[in-house]
Design a protein around this ligand. Sequence first.
Ligand SMILES: [Zn+2]
Length: 322
Amino acid sequence: MRLEEAFGYVRHAIEGGRPSNAYFILGPTRGEGMGLAVKILQLLFCEAADKPCGVCDGCRHVLEHIVPDVFWIYPELKTRVIAVDAIREKIIAPVGLTSQAGGWKAGVIVGAERMMAPAANAFLKTLEEPPPKTLFLLLADTMHGMLPTVISRCERIALSEEAPFTEPWHGDALEILAGPLGRTALERFAVSSQLVAILGDMAKKAEEVIDAEYKAERDLVEEDEGEKNGKIAALYREYRRELLVTLAQWFRDLLVLRSGGDAALLKNAKYAGTLRERAARLTLAQAIYNVNAVEELAAKMELNIKEDSLLAWTMDRLNYGI
Ligand SMILES: [Zn+2]
């Protein structure tokens, strides 16, 4: 959806007195996603007859983030996440208070995909039953990391496709998945070893990126080893999530084809031939089992279980339709 079209749609709902409690805006949070959020807020706080005028105090204050009834939260700089304490303090508590100007209140969560599960869970109740005349805007660059329980309580506006994957890992992982797969225990082990090698690359890259960041800021900050390691770990988790999403999409594609879905629904249309061939050799139950197994893998990775054995175990239990 284009920005103007999306804005027109939300405006219609607000002016008709029936806006959703929350809009989930998928799009560049430093670009169009933020642009749409600002326009919606200006519509609520504009003082002109023809809203939003973009020039009155109300409109300018939205841009400057100084409207007392609009509450913003961003991921923390150091950890790149939105933690539970932060969301309680910056969103949940203030929207519970009476509006200062007697009108609308809004809570804006920028980088909603960075909400950690405890933060998202703490926020759910407010999201579901917001105080009167309160609007939530959740902005995210990507769906990765968004909890389904949060998304299902929002109206979704997609301004762009999901953020692109970091290459070459995504391409490499797809090549591995499309390669010889699972006929023998040895093949299955080879696949998991190749995926583990990608994780190794990711860990190295995360360290390099953060190292470079610290070197660039050497004069500004005193090096804090614990903080630095935390940043490396956070960035590595972001990279790793891309690999897990690649795996999940691959096995979801197989399920789509196995259940008779259209090839237009495939995430990896480039591999349609291989996917079709493999899907034909799976039962529906096996295809579903695979999707669940890969989702379970993603959940277990978060628990700091040893990654290589986890991957080996998962690749071993998948159905390859042989
Ligand atoms: Zn205005």
